[in-house]
Ligand binder design. Sequence first.
Ligand code: PLP
Length: 396
Amino acid sequence: MQQDERISAKLKKFRPSLTLELKNEAQARRQRGETVFDFGLGETRGSHLDPVILEAGIEAFRHERTGYAEPAGLLELREQVLKWIPNTTHYSTDNVVISNGAKQSLFNIFLATCNPGDCVLFDSAPWVSYTPMANMAYTTPIQVLPFSRPNAYLKIGPEDLERNLTMRPHAKIFLLNNPVNPTGQLYDQGELDALLEVCSRHSVYFLLDRLYWKLVYDGAEYPEPYPNRLAPDWLIQVDGMSKNFSRAGGLRIGWTLAPRDVAKAMINLQSHYTSGPPTPLQYAALAAITKPYRGRLRRELQSRRDLLHECAKDIPHVKIWPTAGAFYSFWDVRGVFGKKVNNSDEVSYALAREGVIAASGSSFMQEGYLRFSFATTEDQIRGGMELAKKTILALK
Ligand code: PLP
């Protein structure tokens, strides 16, 4: 074996996950005693784990509920998932699989459904880990661009999907995250239904990553995909604990609602490599989704969104998009280019050098933008926006 063959060619191409890179940068600055305004977060800061979740986890350990669960996940949790997600009357617990976070749910789906060389289609600003996952499953990742809707904040339309599917006979999955990380946009009911209809007509899976579905603002209703007569064989939904609950990302619990054959294949796969997520954490998740969801986190985040947009509104040369869901503010920073910086990575590094951490759009296949997470404290938002403004002014 040659020295350069020690790591597989596939893995050598991977960059570490962007959010982790930003986390490390912020950590290093803190260790040096420097101020950090961290907007790179993919999880909520400034609020606590719900005591109900905490107690359920402690209770599970106390009563030694620490043996193996079924590879599909605890039956009680699968039953509760069917109540947590609307429109599930025609599903049973055989359609539900519990995994180690939504990441593993997605990866399991790719492995369970795709053959090498199949195409997995994403919308126009795919979340940072979708492409590595598609690569690991030996599939070809395809970004669908919004040609039919140039002014819809990067949301694609049915014509865009139709064109891509017609060109690609090996298309297997169209993956949509709604609301969208990174852009903070929300596909409405009509937009969603139209995309689902295209997928079911082409016999392609419509994979909905609904991880932020409880976090939609300004009184909006989450548009549910209704698996009507056409769609049930082609609709797969992924959800989990990581975003809709404070400080719950590290529980590593996600779930999938899928047609029975897909769920069966995922369980088979999972039984050979994780045997399912830790049992006590499944009990913690069960408590979380059994309790009525009162929307406190949503209200907190909406007010932080408003604060960030208020503090940032007069930053020159930057267009800030409205945020309808998730906890990200998406900024078009192309107006800053030309003198000291020429792309969004350079803007992101310039901000990081001053202590403001934000993700560059290039990590989401959208050069020219920055993503700011507002799932942080009000002080961070106030201080960070002031410094961002000063830094951006100095770049132009
Ligand atoms: N999907 C999206 C859009 C995400 O933003 C994330 C996490 O940041 C995931 C999936 C993965 O979630 P989990 O932490 O539950 O694995």
